[in-house]
Design a protein around this ligand. Structure first.
Ligand SMILES: O=C(O)/C=C/C(=O)CC(=O)CC(=O)O
Ligand SMILES: [Ca+2]
Ligand SMILES: [Mg+2]
Length: 464
């Protein structure tokens, strides 16, 4: 039944919900076995469920509608991904609710939604390109589909347990850029790589968000194995470079921002337009071979040390789900040029709490709120020369490290370049070993004290 017909039918039957069927917002569960506006008889007469349907209804409460209180993937979140079912190669857009995924395209079709073209798609690309107003409409529609009991009989069978589906890279990555925007990380990296320099922070650092262009084609979805890269390395004491597998393979805990709406070449994107272009964010692990990096990256920056794999989470959280997580960035210690000056403009700071785990042991909890340069400033800088944006552009925040030792987002910092090994239950550890599994996870403050789960990005290192 279409939205229009359903509304008309709903009006014919009962415009007022009797109190026995209500949404208990505090517990985020539906009460009552069927909604009064259930008009499946089509005649206006009371609807009589068949035995089969009654059996189905007796299964209430059942996931995913009846989520436990405070579920970080409740209807306040609704991140987007792309999934396929077992035995099928067909990919389609899904929306996460609890530990289930809603086939959003099938739901749109079943409910006669005008958004079916955006959601019945093998990638998020059409939705990303659709722009802010449509993003809001689709989110409002999805919220209604998963919270209004009148839709329950239609959409319930379109949920699949997450454990049974395959999650894919949800959008085609266009260009990929990585920044270097945590002051704590930059100071630590400076102290490690340039111990004899006067100021560990390079002179440009407080004036522009430093970045480098990465390799879009090697961005992989969470769960993809990461092959240990080989390359050249040379320590200052080595007489000549040697070639072989990296012996200092590392992680970088980051947040990735996903561009939806393109921009015209020659037209910079202002700070205030951040929200018009950026759809949402994901978690990102910028795998880094520190030994290859140290030898190759002067003076042009990282090249092969970071281009072999970049992992992203399967779920893209729309910025609209993160309204309660918006924060002001740290105090600016240097005057900023007008295009970066966020004193009065969009700041783009977010309070995201990240966790870094190695083989199940938590190593650190980097706080994203401590990032000096924000996503809005990064986008303004990325385009200030007139470089255009494309749908699917991805940019990494840079390694997230807080001021405390337990808030560092890389093994480089956590072990001080291998000098101070970590004591883990399975032994001492400096850099990554074959077989290691690294998992970044995160959450953000949401409405009414709820958390917004940002999912996880995980990858296992395998021998090259
Ligand atoms: O300061 C350096 O010499 C090196 C820094 C990094 O490797 C960090 C990097 O790639 C960018 C980031 O993720 O912050
Ligand atoms: Ca990085
Ligand atoms: Mg590229």
């Amino acid at each position: 039944m279409s939205d229009r017909k359903r509304r008309a039918a709903g009006r014919r039957t009962s415009p007022v919900r009797p109190p026995c069927h209500f949404r208990d917002v505090s517990r985020n569960v539906w009460r009552g076995s069927a909604h009064p506006r259930d008009t499946r008889s089509g005649s206006g007469e009371p609807y009589m469920a068949s035995t089969k349907e009654r059996t189905k209804e007796r299964q209430y409460p059942m996931p995913p509608f009846d989520l436990p209180e405070g579920d970080p993937f409740g209807p306040h979140n609704l991140p987007y991904g792309v999934f396929s079912l077992p035995g099928s190669t067909e990919r389609t857009v899904g929306v996460r609710l609890g530990d289930h995924v809603l086939d959003a395209g099938a739901a749109a079709r079943a409910l006669g939604s005008p958004h079916v073209g955006l959601l019945a798609s093998p990638t998020l690309d059409p939705l990303l390109a659709a722009g802010r107003a449509t993003w809001s409409q689709v989110r409002r529609a999805l919220t209604e589909w998963v919270t209004d009991p009148v839709h329950r009989p239609t959409v319930e069978s379109l949920f699949h347990p997450l454990a049974g589906v395959t999650l894919h890279l949800p959008f085609q990555v266009a260009d990929y850029v990585d920044f270097y925007s945590s002051e704590h990380h930059a100071r630590n990296a400076g102290a490690i790589f340039r111990p004899d320099a006067g100021d560990v922070l390079l002179p440009n650092w407080k004036h522009l968000p430093i970045g480098y262009h990465g390799r879009a084609g090697t961005v992989v979805v969470s769960g993809t194995d990461v092959v240990r890269p080989s390359g050249q390395r040379k320590t200052p004491d080595d007489p000549a470079p040697v070639f072989g597998p990296s012996v200092r393979l590392d992680i970088e805990a980051e947040v990735g921002f996903v561009v939806g709406v393109p921009s015209r070449q020659g037209s910079p994107v202002a700070l205030a337009d951040f929200r018009e272009h950026v759809f949402g964010l994901c978690l990102l692990n910028d795998w880094s071979a520190r030994d290859l990096q140290a030898w190759e990256y002067v003076p042009l920056g990282p090249f092969l040390a970071k281009s072999f794999a970049t992992s992203v989470s399967a779920w893209i959280t729309p910025l609209e789900a993160l309204e309660h997580a918006r924060v002001k960035p740290p105090e600016r210690t240097h005057p900023l040029l007008p295009y970066l000056d966020d004193a009065a403009a969009e700041s783009g700071g977010y309070d995201l709490r990240i966790s870094v785990a190695l083989n199940g042991h938590t190593l650190s909890d980097p706080p994203f709120s401590s990032m000096y340069w924000t996503a809005a400033q990064q986008l303004a800088h990325l385009t200030v020369n007139g470089a255009s944006l494309r749908t699917g552009d991805l940019y990494g925040s840079g390694t997230v490290s807080g001021p405390e030792p337990h808030e560092r987002g890389s093994l480089l910092e956590l072990t001080w370049n291998g000098r101070d090994p970590l004591e883990l239950p399975d032994g001492k550890r400096t850099f990554l070993e074959d077989g290691d599994v690294v998992t970044l996870s995160a959450w953000a403050p949401g409405p009414g004290g709820a958390r917004v789960g940002l999912g996880e990005v995980s990858g296992q290192v395998i021998a090259g």
